[in-house]
Every structure is written in C-alpha cells, then in structure tokens.
Design a protein around this ligand. Structure first.
Ligand SMILES: Cc1cc2nc3c(=O)[nH]c(=O)nc-3n(C[C@H](O)[C@H](O)[C@H](O)COP(=O)(O)OP(=O)(O)OC[C@H]3O[C@@H](n4cnc5c(N)ncnc54)[C@H](O)[C@@H]3O)c2cc1C
Length: 390
C-alpha cells in the first residue's frame, strides 16, 4: 500500500481546485474519504488531519485496560490511506467561503471543488473555574497515558487517601467509572457526579438499569442533581456546599464542536453548523459539514461515532453523485442501537432487536467494533489478534 505523498506545488490553489478537500480525519472525515475513493475512482481527494493516528474512541476504555493494543485502537493514517487520497498532516486555521480557499497552519493555501468539514468536538468546561487546569480528560491517547500514571500513583497510596471523581454520568463517565473500578481493585474510591436527575439520560431503560447495577456492584458512589462549581488540584466544590478532596478529577461532562475560523460565518444551531438534509451547509452548496460539528433543523442526530460513520459514507456517495452531475439524496440515519462497556469482560447492548448484557454482550460489542475498524485488513487482523489472545 503506497501513500501518495503530498507535494505542495501539486496542491497550490489553482491545481487543488478540482479536489474534494476533507478537513478532519476522524470517523466522519475518514469514512468520507474511503467511500469517495471507492465510489469515484480517480477523484482527487485531499485529507487534512494533524494527528498521525486515527482514533477509534469507543475502544479507548479497552486501551486503558490493555484489553486492546494501540495499533488496534489507533491505527496510523499511513496504514489506512492509499491511492488517490493525499493526506496533509496539518491543521486548517481559516476557511474563506467567498474565495473557496482555506489556509493551513503552515501558511499554505488550498482551493476546493467540494469541501467536507469534519473537525469533530472537544471538551467543554462551561467556564467552571479550575476544570481546565486541574482535571483529566478522556478523549485521546495522551489522556490515556496521563490516567495510567495517576492509576499507578493511586495504587501506591494508603487505602484511606483521596479517591477519583468522575464528572458527568453520560456514556463516557459511566463506562470509565466501571473500567477504573475494576482496574484499581479497591486501591481508590470512585465517585460519579451528575448534574441531571439520573445517569445515562439518553439511553434505553435496559442499558440504564444494567449500568446502575454495574456501578453498585463496583461500589461507585453516584451523586445526581449535583453540579461542580470549582476545582483545585486536590478539591472539588459542589453545589450542595460539599468540598470533596480528590486524588484526580476526570471531566467527561460536556463537549462542544470544533469549528475553524470561517468567513462569512456559518449559521449555527446550538453552536453546531446548520446543514440541510443532504449535509450541505444551508448557505453554501459546495461545503458539507458532518459528524459532531453539525446538526440540522430537519432531524435530530446524536453526536456519535455511529452517526459520523454513516454521514461519512453518505457524503462520499453525495460527492460522487455531484461529480456525475446528479443531485445528492437526503441523509437518513439508521439507528443501530447502543452498546456500553461496563468494566472488564462486561457490557450491555440494545438495538437491532437484541437486548443483551454480561460477558456475551461484551464479546459482541468488541467484535462489532473491531470489524468496523476502517481498512478491512486491519479490522480482520485486529479481530484475529483478539481471537488468538483468548
Ligand atoms: C471516550 C469516548 C467514547 C466514545 N464512545 C462512543 C461509542 O461507544 N459509540 C459512539 O457512537 N460514539 C462514541 N463516542 C463519540 C464519538 O467518538 C464521536 O461522536 C465521533 O468521534 C465523532 O466523529 P467526528 O468525525 O465528527 O469527530 P472526531 O472523530 O473527533 O474527528 C475529528 C478530527 O478532526 C481533526 N481536526 C480538528 N480540528 C482540525 C483542524 N482545524 N484542521 C484539521 N483537522 C482538524 C481532529 O484531529 C480529529 O481527528 C465516544 C467518544 C469518546 C470521547
């Protein structure tokens, strides 16, 4: 597999003007590139992504626990991309819709025929004092390394010392709490703080009940209807006037879209770029916006990998259609349900007519994700490695 290296003369504004340019190589961007390459052979495709590895975030818990390896959860772009896809390892700093050009951090400028904006989302601290400076995140490989180091330190401490606080009882907070409880084996207490009335507000009743039971079994203390007001390196002040001492606070309580500077500014709905049913920006037919970065007044799509992958595949097909002078069809999300990891060897899932929990659900979840890894040979290699390790 040969990666076509980028030569900047080849990608000057005039020569890139015929290309489909994709900004962001996460689920939405990478799946767009692969689908377009498949459906429109010969179409020049440029993928701009600063990281050197694609990150399969739903499997980040299994990376933390060493149940999966880095090459499986975060394969290198150099292994995933080939043929007509040019990968530029850089960041887009500015997009000018009026001249159809974008600027990279390196200062280079590119033009596009179609632009796909798939820059995802980032953690949102809602401006709460101390969160940015004193909390751990759980979104990328660096977060996993930092958390591993903290777990090692907690294993050395006396049992009575401070425990971990996880803020936000959405899927990430709940899944992480269960995994950490199993990994720490009582070396530190775990507290899960949620400002809403219950954990997993968007999940099915079955998954919520199973998750509740998994947290109870692991002695994770869940505190709902509670907001974090202030964080220092050793304490968290809560809305119920409690000041809790912690040995690490992990923030999973919110995210916000990552939108590069764009002129003219795009129209937004709740901070996300507003798109039509075919995922093109309401005000600009040459730009698609998909994944966590966009939403539509015509439909309510959750910010999830499942949506981003399907939108990527739909956008690849839409650009191929445009290049055949056909109109793109509206995007229709196929909800395949929800799978939650609930600690080592445990999971719960609902969807596609299945309701399942326990070790079998854990194995099904892992197998489902491994076969969804982009690049068929990588997915199969990964599934093979998993089977051999059992
Ligand atoms: C721990 C965790 C677990 C999750 N588990 C699940 C799950 O089980 N199921 C599920 O459906 N969803 C899950 N999600 C959510 C899912 O990962 C996201 O919804 C999904 O990644 C969104 O895809 P995306 O392509 O929009 O963004 P991303 O996958 O975040 O990709 C965005 C990409 O854009 C790049 N980028 C950003 N800015 C620029 C720029 N200026 N120039 C160039 N590139 C840029 C970034 O480097 C990144 O690679 C999970 C999320 C987390 C954090």
């Amino acid at each position: 597999m040969v990666l076509q290296t980028v030569r900047f003369p080849m990608l000057s504004p005039s020569s890139s003007a015929d290309a489909a340019v994709i900004v962001g190589g996460g689920f939405a961007g990478l799946f767009t590139a692969l689908a377009l390459q498949n459906q429109c052979p010969g179409c020049p495709i440029v993928l701009i992504e600063p990281r050197d590895r694609f990150l399969f975030q739903p499997l980040l818990y299994e990376l933390l626990s060493d149940e999966l390896q880095c090459w499986e959860v975060a394969p290198r772009y150099a292994e995933l991309l080939s043929g007509t896809i040019c990968w530029i390892q850089d960041r887009v700093t500015r997009i000018d819709r009026s001249t159809k050009t974008l600027t990279l951090a390196s200062g280079e400028q590119l033009s596009w025929s179609q632009l796909v904006l798939a820059t995802g989302s980032q953690s949102n601290d809602f401006g709460i004092p101390g969160v940015k400076e004193h909390s751990f995140g759980f979104r990328n490989l660096n977060d996993v390394s930092r958390l591993r180091q903290r777990m090692d330190a907690l294993r050395q401490q006396r049992p009575s010392d401070a425990g971990l606080i996880i803020v936000g009882a959405g899927p990430t907070g709940v899944e992480l709490a269960c995994k950490l409880a199993d990994l720490l084996e009582g070396a530190a207490s775990l507290q899960l703080i949620e400002r809403g009335e219950e954990i997993l507000p968007g999940s099915s009743a079955f998954n919520r009940e199973r998750a509740q039971a998994a947290l109870e079994k692991r002695a994770v203390v869940v505190q709902c209807n509670t907001r974090v007001l202030n964080v220092t390196d050793t304490t968290a002040t809560l809305s119920n006037n409690q000041k809790v001492i912690h040995g690490g606070l992990i923030w999973t309580a919110g995210s916000k879209p990552t939108i590069p500077t764009m002129t003219p500014e795009p129209s937004l709905i709740n901070g996300r770029i507003s798109v039509a049913e075919d995922l093109r920006m309401d005000c600009d037919a040459s730009i698609f916006a998909l994944g966590d970065v966009s939403t539509s007044e015509h439909a309510s799509w959750p910010a999830s990998a499942q949506v981003a992958m399907q939108q990527g595949e739909a956008t690849g097909a839409a650009i191929a259609a445009l290049r055949r002078n056909q109109s793109p069809t509206p995007f229709q999300f196929q909800d395949r349900g929800e799978m939650l990891s609930l600690g080592l060897g445990d999971a719960t899932l609902t969807g596609m007519g299945i309701t399942l929990a326990g070790p079998l659900a854990f194995q099904l979840r892992r197998a489902t994700y491994l076969t969804r890894l982009p690049g068929r040979s990588l997915g199969l290699r990964s599934a093979g490695a998993w089977l051999l390790s059992r």
